[in-house]
Design a protein around this ligand. Structure first.
Ligand code: COA
Length: 154
């Protein structure tokens, strides 16, 4: 896919009125996305390395979430070699919920069924079935799985 097409597709992925379509367009941009994924408005997923972002089944991603797989330094840093950081894979496991405005940083794995609270900045892995919040995100709650709300995603 050409760069211009990629840019146009990303705008569609941010703003399309249907969540299924937004997820489908992110997928078309190269993000690995499972089934039943709710995709909020204005979700930004690494535009340089979309293939490094993997989202499992039944994940829910709120509006304004940012998922980053690389730390693109400034040209100054590149020419001086003062700082560099290779791109790293981001994984969001089945059934996780990333609430609005959270930022997921390169290299992070969000465990199965985890909840990332609104506005959290996630710099370290999140264990399955925990809720994290804050900047940097820390575990604020352990989640108990209730059989009643089992959606058959185990
Ligand atoms: C994650 C969330 C659901 C937790 O709600 P809750 O179960 O009522 O949790 P509580 O408010 O009891 O919070 C538990 C602790 O985490 C903290 N906390 C909860 N959400 C937080 C947040 N977004 N940022 C920082 N701390 C947060 C609370 O201050 C509390 O800490 P304390 O025990 O020291 O007081 C809620 O805070 C949230 O982020 N909702 C998302 C809303 C949203 O994005 N909606 C769009 C739909 S995609």
């Amino acid at each position: 896919m050409g760069k211009t097409m990629g840019r146009l597709l990303r705008v569609l992925a941010w703003l399309s009125p249907f969540w299924q379509f937004r997820a489908a367009v992110h997928r078309r941009c190269g993000v690995k996305i499972g089934k039943g994924v709710f995709m909020g408005y204005l979700v930004q997923i690494d535009s340089e390395h979309p293939e490094l972002v993997e989202i499992g089944n039944w994940v829910s991603i709120g509006p304004n979430v940012q998922i980053m797989a690389h730390s693109g330094t400034s040209p100054y840093h590149r020419t001086t070699g003062v700082y560099s950081n290779p791109p790293k894979k981001v994984t969001i496991e089945d059934g996780a919920w990333i609430a609005s405005g959270a930022i997921i940083l390169p290299g992070v794995r969000i465990g199965k069924g985890a909840i990332v609270a609104a506005g959290a900045v996630v710099s370290r892995d999140v264990p399955a079935w925990t809720m994290v919040a804050g900047n940097p995100a820390r575990v604020v709650q352990k989640l108990e799985r209730q059989p009643r709300v089992d959606s058959g995603t185990s």
